[in-house]
Design a protein around this ligand. Structure first.
Ligand code: AMP
Length: 197
């Protein structure tokens, strides 16, 4: 069975951590644009050089660049049986790119997991992550910018997916295990069954 998922939430919502757990349970790869950009920056590639200043500022990398990376990644063999997207699509143009790409393969997303976390909670988690991981884009200005972009550009894409009836809004406050269990229950209710379940 193939499972095509998207996880959405403000930074600090825990979507990275939950995404890895969910993908593992379903036996599908995580496709995280943020991770792909960070790996390229760390590796000093052409792409990395192109996007470093943009990501450090908390701005969005141009849609064409990002969408091409995702298309290439989803065309790899391990994504044939499904995938979990994290961090893409992030605005309406990217939703249109993804729709077109998936439709060309006769595919569509099965579910969009929205992790709901109050603003204060996500900010305190980011501050903690900044001190633990030392991400160069976790400065106060970049964090504020990413949150503003999330609210103005990314939150509205949830409405687009909600109109299709595929959004599962999950309470993102609680222990890691509690939140994972809520996601599994919501996906199960859609008939999306884990590999190990
Ligand atoms: P993230 O780890 O998802 O917060 O991504 C880190 C940074 O990578 C973002 O602040 C953006 O600069 C860039 N980025 C990640 N995903 C996208 C996307 N879908 N569109 C544009 N830029 C992105």
């Amino acid at each position: 069975m193939t499972t095509r998922l998207l996880i959405v939430g403000p930074q600090g919502s825990g979507k990275g951590t939950q995404g890895v757990r969910i993908a593992e349970a379903f036996g599908i790869p995580v496709v995280s644009t943020g991770d792909i950009f960070r790996a390229n920056i760390a590796g000093g590639t052409e792409l990395g050089k192109k996007v470093q200043a943009i990501t450090d500022n908390g701005d969005l990398v141009p849609d064409e660049v990002t969408s091409e990376i995702v298309r290439d990644r989803l065309a790899q063999d391990d994504a044939a049986g499904g995938f979990l997207l994290d961090g893409y699509p992030r605005n309406r143009a990217q939703v249109a790119h993804l729709d077109e790409f998936l439709a060309g393969r006769g595919e569509a997303l099965d579910a969009v997991i929205l992790l709901d976390v109050p603003r204060e909670e996500s900010i305190s988690r980011i501050v903690q992550r900044a001190s633990e991981q030392g991400r160069t884009d976790d400065t106060e200005e970049a964090v504020a910018r990413r949150l503003a972009i999330y609210e103005s550009e990314t939150a509205p894409i949830v409405d687009t997916y909600a109109e299709r009836g595929i959004v599962d809004r999950i309470d993102g406050v609680g222990s890691l295990d509690e939140i994972t269990a809520r996601v599994f229950a919501a996906l199960e209710a859609r008939g999306l069954v884990r590999a190990a379940a």
